[in-house]
Design a protein around this ligand. Structure first.
Ligand SMILES: [Fe+2]
Length: 235
């Protein structure tokens, strides 16, 4: 896990509103327009129907409060702005409370394709459509509850389970592999690579294998073990 960041969190004002610049909104626009087309082609129905339901703006970075309003109506979840990097303890406590921690900054233009720490595009575009799905919302809530009870040395097991499902999981829909995870849905290159790439390693979901697989070298090394979730999660 990274412990430093080149980015600074944006502080919300007294009303919880974050004031983004016109340049920030332009980065959001330039990310979301091509990525919507990629997700139509590569992402699961779970992701696409969640994205439709949230009606995210193409022209400006959405405020956490407005996304929360739509998400809460669907599954009871809310989105809470946090600094770029937070501890496992805080992360699990927020999930247990059905609050998704969202880093408030947006990436620089030299990291448009992929960045290691989560930014607001990854959090809102990648994660919140999944949290509009009742099964994934409940799964994330349970991960948070278990994380709050786990010993610190056991957090790694939950982190791996989360990584190979909610972050980088694949799913089989109508006999075809589709992207499920937020880390795929929000990345221009990881998304087609994970679904269609010749050298991506796609494995059927096996809990023990997932728990045995470290996450540190994924995404940047391009030698990823992607876990395929079962049909039972598709609806
Ligand atoms: Fe994420």
């Amino acid at each position: 896990m990274k412990t430093t960041s080149r980015y600074n969190a944006y502080e919300p004002d007294a009303c919880g509103h974050i004031h983004y610049s016109a340049d920030d909104d332009a980065v959001w626009h330039d990310l979301i327009i091509p990525q919507r087309a990629r997700t139509d082609r590569y992402c699961s129905r779970i992701f696409r129907s969640g994205l439709d339901s949230l009606q995210l703006s193409d022209d400006r970075i959405p405020q956490c409060s407005e996304v929360s309003e739509r998400l809460e109506a669907a599954t009871g979840w809310r989105v809470t702005p946090v600094p770029a990097l937070i501890s496992f303890d805080r992360f699990y406590a927020l999930l247990a409370d059905r609050r998704f921690p969202a880093a408030s900054f947006i990436r620089a233009r030299d990291e448009m394709d992929y960045l290691q720490e989560p930014d607001i595009f990854h959090e809102i575009f990648g994660h919140t459509p999944l949290l509009a799905n009742p099964q994934i919302a409940e799964f994330s809530h349970r991960i948070g509850q278990l994380g709050c009870r786990a010993r610190p040395e056991d957090h790694v097991w939950l982190a791996r389970l989360y990584w190979f499902t909610v972050e980088f999981g694949l799913i089989r829909e109508d006999g075809r592999i589709r992207a499920l995870g937020a880390g795929l849905a929000s990345s221009a290159s990881e998304l087609p690579y994970a679904v269609d790439g010749d050298i991506a390693l796609r494995q059927p979901f096996d809990l023990l294998e997932v728990l045995r697989t470290p996450t540190a070298s994924t995404s940047t090394s391009r030698s990823i073990l992607y876990s395929t979730a079962s049909n039972s999660c598709s609806n």
